[in-house]
Design a protein around this ligand. Structure first.
Ligand code: AHG
Ligand code: MN
Ligand code: MN
Ligand code: MN
Length: 337
């Protein structure tokens, strides 16, 4: 594929030759691209169109919703519900899965999404994103139930995110590596700008919310202490640290220049009956698929994330992802402890 080709062309090309391909998947990715372009336009306009600030409501996650959490969720539903490419939708911002309108045509895919990731950053004009995970609906199922969405990450047929940063970028995997597309806002197309990205096995950059240190388990504390000890410590090299508080931006940085990202188990969340902060179905699984496809690794510290059998649509999990050797080291510390 040549650099500069459109996302649509890229999908058509990669689908060509796949037996039984009907164009439905191509249509679905186009719907998602359309939703992301709309969200990008809203994020760009920001305060000019009054979309910033709180919506005054709370979602099923117990988070105060930003206006844009609600609006972007609607944009996604609108772009995906009427075209016959999906059988059902699930979102971080909806208590239950979304059943399609009775008269809407049905497709074969399930889409799970985090419409606005890093939404605490929206009011301070820092990068936010959208994350999506695509599954196949079980054979013959037209009106899926929640159980039909509870498939392990290994069954994803595609996953991606759109980053609304200084430029808008769509990053996508369909299981053949990871490619990056940049939105040309002059004519409204995503164009291929980086092919087959690779995360270096080793890193000297970690990302974690250090304010939670006192709540972490010993293995994470040990690894971060070693990063902080630098050249003089067990790792024998100096580390740099970043924390954007938008997972999309962190993962994008790791795909672009390497690194490790951690949102580990902590006693603050276990006290609330949750295992970690990030959502398995809308954040951890799609990001794990992308990271693994780029040669990185992704675990809870104890188990590969994509192997987890989901128990709940809004399930939370600890996440450690990025540079293979560092992720393996953190896993080893968990196993030793
Ligand atoms: P969301 O805005 O979709 O609720 O997700 C926010 C997540 C993730 O993007 C980020 O890595 C993390 O929460 C930030 O957490 P802290 O507030 O603890 O920094
Ligand atoms: Mn949220
Ligand atoms: Mn999120
Ligand atoms: Mn969100």
């Amino acid at each position: 594929m040549h650099i500069g080709t459109t996302l649509t062309n890229y999908i058509i090309e990669t689908q060509r030759g796949i037996q039984g391909a009907t164009g439905e998947f191509t249509g679905l990715l186009n719907d998602i691209a359309t939703a992301c372009k709309k969200i990008s336009a809203l994020v760009d306009k920001g305060d000019l169109v009054g979309v910033l600030g709180s919506a005054g409501s709370e979602n099923v996650q117990g988070e105060t919703q930003k206006k844009l959490d609600v609006i972007t969720n609607e944009v996604f539903i609108e772009a995906l519900s009427h075209n016959g490419h999906v059988a059902g939708l699930a979102s971080e911002e909806m208590d239950e899965i979304l059943e399609l309108p009775k008269d809407a045509p049905r497709g074969h895919y399930l889409v799970l999404f985090d419409p606005l990731d890093g939404s605490s950053n929206i009011d301070v004009n820092v990068s936010v994103g959208t994350i999506f995970s695509i599954l196949k609906a079980p054979e013959g199922v037209q009106d899926p139930k929640t159980e039909d969405f509870l498939q392990p990450g290994t069954t994803q047929v595609a996953a991606g995110y759109c980053l609304y940063g200084p430029s808008t970028m769509m990053v996508l995997t369909t299981g053949q590596g990871v490619n990056m597309f940049t939105l040309d806002k002059d004519f409204g197309e995503f164009l291929l700008t980086k092919e087959k990205v690779h995360i270096p096995e080793d890193t000297q950059e970690f990302a974690i919310n250090m304010s939670n240190m006192r709540f972490w388990e010993a293995p994470i504390k040990r690894y971060v202490d070693e990063c902080l000890a630098g050249k003089e410590g067990a790792l024998g090299k100096d580390y740099n640290m970043r924390w954007v508080a938008s997972m999309v931006a962190e993962v994008h940085r790791i795909l672009s220049r390497g690194g490790i990202f951690m949102y580990p188990l902590d006693s603050k969340t276990t006290a609330k009956g949750q295992e970690g902060k990030l959502r398995l179905m809308y954040e951890a699984n799609p990001m794990s698929y992308i990271v693994e496809q780029a040669g990185g690794a992704s675990t809870t510290g104890r188990q590969r994330i994509m192997d987890l059998p989901p128990k709940d649509i809004h399930q939370r999990v600890p996440v450690v992802l990025g540079a293979k050797n560092d992720v393996e080291r953190v896993t080893r510390y968990h196993n030793e402890g």
